[in-house]
Design a protein around this ligand. Sequence first.
Ligand code: SAH
Length: 260
Amino acid sequence: MSVKPKKHLGQHFLKDETICQRIADAIVPAGRFSKVLEIGPGTGALTKFLLNRTDFETSVIEIDTESVAYLQIHYPQLGNRIYSNDFLHTDPVALMGTEPFAVVGNFPYNISTQILFRVLEFKDQVPEVVGMFQKEVAMRIAEGPGSRDYGIISVFLQAYYDIEYLFTVDEHVFYPPPKVKSGVIRLIRNKTASLPCDEKLFTRIVKTAFGQRRKTLRNSLKPFADQRKEVFDAHPEFFGRRPETLSVQDFVWLTQQFQV
Ligand code: SAH
């Protein structure tokens, strides 16, 4: 029995066991979690190495029923921890309980940012993420301010996670090979419980500023200044900057200026 890769599900199966081993090795529980949820195990290339680890228990969630059937036959050790579901529309608490768990995967690239936004919704239960993404996305998430790839998702994730780019992976280790290179990153939850500002306003400001990323903040953030025009005059230099030069702390400060 084998599974023919399905393009619409972003299926690119890893065939290089060294890469699978390196991804599995990148998980460092350090007493913070004893459960791991793999998203999109496919035919279990990575799962095999996760199951070798004795310092955490692995569960998997897979949308493709054919892959699920394959896993049930080839990885009986998973027992009832194979979930045949769409990660984006599943309540992780229903699968993992209320204990902390790490999220791991060679993610389907077509929904990788959606996976991360979903993780952010459960950030206090997810102390670590180790994932493979399309290289550009991995860089964007890991890069700090000032880089071309820095953007909305970088700011939101860096607010709550310390992020490290681990290594690049070539196209030819996958079947079928994707069109682009891949990158593996690790996100470790930082100590920020909540941002010291109105988080809803923070979200709107980050999205608005990057929505017009070539404009200065003075121009892109005009809609926020209706009642507080004096903010611009008080900090002319700051509002002459563009969003990609701002750190998470800068966005927090910015939000505080517009809060009432
Ligand atoms: N981890 C495997 C497969 C990676 S391909 C390997 O490295 O070989 C990505 C996998 O994610 C596919 O098996 C695909 O079916 C699955 N997938 C796609 N969308 C999903 C979703 N919304 N929820 C869970 N799994 C999904």
